[in-house]
Ligand binder design. Structure first.
Ligand code: AMP
Length: 385
């Protein structure tokens, strides 16, 4: 059983989490799920990548199931929804809907996705039967409401995701208009990466006695981690990685790439050089991930290539080296990545390969750390300044 079971979520949801490979709730999930489950309003300050989608989706799905455990009663009425999630962009809306569907896969709950820029008839058809969870961008939702395609009169809970981004995009009035269509009794959850005064004002107006939760970007990596950066040309990265792995042979090395495709390419190029490595990322099946992790843990495959998302929840002791094959474009991810080494009092090394185009990412990281990352070079390597 995963650590999620302690949160009191329905077995159908726990099974889905297990299938998705989630073992440990992230900090925002630990903080937001209990109050949301109990029906409280929640204000969450958290960025993308913290697991905030599950932090609101899981408790709301649980509450939908709880109201009607056999799933036969309380189906949503035609042209209505029971939970509404608003997101600023179609990409984010699509990602949320994908997550909601994955979490709800073992339940009878339905999820629809609507956003602008595409024809409406399909969306109207999808809403005709009524849906449990509707994920929408504000403009298209208002359009569909004015056409009578959907009513919000039966909404039990709504979520504003990336609310600060919605404000930036000028959605404040649409959000207020949408809010006026909700029934008097409803639960509200608002997630935002930042809390400028305008955002705080909106939150205060929309939320009723909210539980406020926040995950501060982690800015201080353990002192025991020896950090360094190597400036290399992009085409040199694979050779440099190989050379580094020659030196780290006796430990466990976690290599981060920015993309899944990048992770696979690194595994291939290492294999060509006779270095065995396994990749772990979102396109790998659960058994594949488990095999890779088991090999990494027992030392039979001491090099693991991971993306940021896949590395979440991996807790392996004795990681001696973290190598950033690519620098993350979000500075906080750097802190999370290198925090995989030097656990439990051990020391560790974090080495970053930085191409010319990644210099701005390095600057952001150094700004967050309030210090320079020492520059190193491989023996015989010319500095690609
Ligand atoms: P989000 O911040 O919601 O965009 O989530 C970032 C990524 O982390 C998504 O790909 C989720 O599938 C994944 N994720 C969320 N919660 C967990 C967890 N507890 N364990 C592992 N992965 C997670």
């Amino acid at each position: 059983m995963s650590d999620f079971s302690g949160l009191g979520l329905a077995p159908a949801l726990l099974q889905a989490l297990e299938a998705a490979g989630y073992t440990t709730p992230t900090p925002i999930q630990v903080q937001a799920i209990p109050p949301a489950l109990s029906g409280r309003d929640v204000q969450g300050v958290a960025q993308t990548g913290t697991g905030k989608t599950a932090a609101f989706a899981l408790p709301l799905l649980h509450r939908l199931l709880q109201a009607h455990p056999d799933g036969r009663h309380g189906r949503p009425a035609a042209r209505s929804c029971r939970v509404l999630v608003l997101a600023p962009t179609r990409e984010l809306a699509a990602q949320i809907a994908e997550n909601v569907r994955a979490y709800a896969v073992n339940t009878p709950l339905s999820c629809a996705l609507v956003f602008g820029g595409v024809p409406k008839p399909r969306q109207i058809r999808e809403l005709a039967r009524g849906v449990d969870v509707l994920v929408a961008t504000p403009g298209r939702l208002l359009d569909l409401m004015s056409e009578g395609a959907v009513s919000l009169a039966a909404v039990q809970a709504w979520v504003l995701d990336e609310a600060d981004h919605m404000l930036d995009l000028g959605f404040i009035e649409p959000i207020r208009r949408i809010g006026r269509h909700l029934p008097e009794q409803h639960q509200s959850l608002l997630f935002t990466a930042t809390l400028p005064p305008e955002m705080a004002k909106l939150a205060a107006g929309l939320l009723h006695d909210p539980v406020k939760v926040a995950v501060a970007p982690q800015a201080t990596p353990a002192e025991r981690i020896a950090q360094s950066v190597l400036f290399v040309a992009p085409q040199e990265k694979r050779n440099v990685l190989r050379a580094l792995l020659e030196h780290t042979r006796h430990g466990r090395t976690l290599v981060f790439t920015r993309t899944k495709h990048g992770a696979d390419k690194v595994v291939k190029s290492l294999a060509a050089a006779g270095i065995e490595a396994a990749a772990i990322h979102g396109n790998k099946s659960q058994p594949q991930r488990e095999r890779a992790l088991a090999g990494f843990r027992d030392g039979s495959c001491p090099v693991l290539i991971a993306t940021d998302i896949a590395a979440r929840g991996i807790d392996v002791e004795g990681v001696t080296h973290v190598i950033n094959f690519d620098l993350p474009n979000v500075a906080e991810s750097y802190v999370h990545r290198i925090g995989r080494t030097a656990r439990a009092g051990a020391s560790g090394m974090a080495i970053s390969l930085c191409g010319p185009e990644e210099r701005p990412f390095l600057r952001d990281i150094e700004k967050l750390l309030h210090r320079k990352v020492p520059v190193a070079s491989l023996p015989g390597q010319k500095q690609a300044a």
